[in-house]
Design a protein around this ligand. Sequence first.
Ligand SMILES: Nc1ncnc2c1ncn2[C@@H]1O[C@H](COP(=O)(O)OP(=O)(O)OP(=O)(O)O)[C@@H](O)[C@H]1O
Length: 245
Amino acid sequence: MINVRDLGVNYGNELALNNIDLDIPGNRTCAIIGPSGCGKTTLLYTIAGLLKPSAGKVLINDEEVQGARRETGVILQNGGLFPWKTVWDNVSLGLKVRKFDKSAINQKVAAILEELGILEHRNKYPTQLSAGQKQRVAIARALVLEPDLLLMDEASSALDAINRELIQNLILKLYKKNPITMVLVTHSIEEAVFLGQTIVIMKQAKINHKINNPYFGDEDIRSKSDYYNVCREVRELLRGEDEEQ
Ligand SMILES: Nc1ncnc2c1ncn2[C@@H]1O[C@H](COP(=O)(O)OP(=O)(O)OP(=O)(O)O)[C@@H](O)[C@H]1O
């Protein structure tokens, strides 16, 4: 599904991505982790078509990404909700822009809000929601458009530990019900291991390691030692890199 080929991205003189190669098969998940400033968000935005490569390319379904794709859903770091629109209007906006008729919009928006447990909050504005509820709205807004690829930048980082796990559980549940390709950027080792079938470890504009996570998909994995073994492996690889610096 996603093939990143010899990708380079510069901001002026600064090289934010250098020689990135990455293949993510369709309907699989990939978590990208690494120290602050290593290029995770830049990689995600380039896959989203929001940033233009300075070198190399990103292919999605064998087509080179030239700009934002209709079938790519993006959830940004702060959720990116419009504060002047209600939950309902935030979630329905994309469908309106795509000229769905009113009854289809009503049916799709109600179904996704119900599925995410936020239908009762449909008339509230983002400032009237908790951080966890806001994040659910951001997820609903992306999923209502039925993307084939979902890109998430720090989807749970604004949340406390309990809500973070609830959002992670929700994302896994939604994925298992309807698998689509997912790429998520995270600072959290636990989140990377819970949500990443492949875990990519970046350092200074490059990919340093790719780990296959055989325990992905087990909702109870947090209560098992296998989970902590993979977390430890990721932590050691991240720490090893720090020590090399
Ligand atoms: N708009 C920009 N203009 C100039 N430099 C930028 C810009 N955006 C990012 N950078 C630089 O590019 C590098 C990679 O940034 P990026 O945001 O991709 O890192 P990150 O790994 O996502 O960091 P974090 O984990 O802190 O969000 C950093 O050195 C950053 O300072």
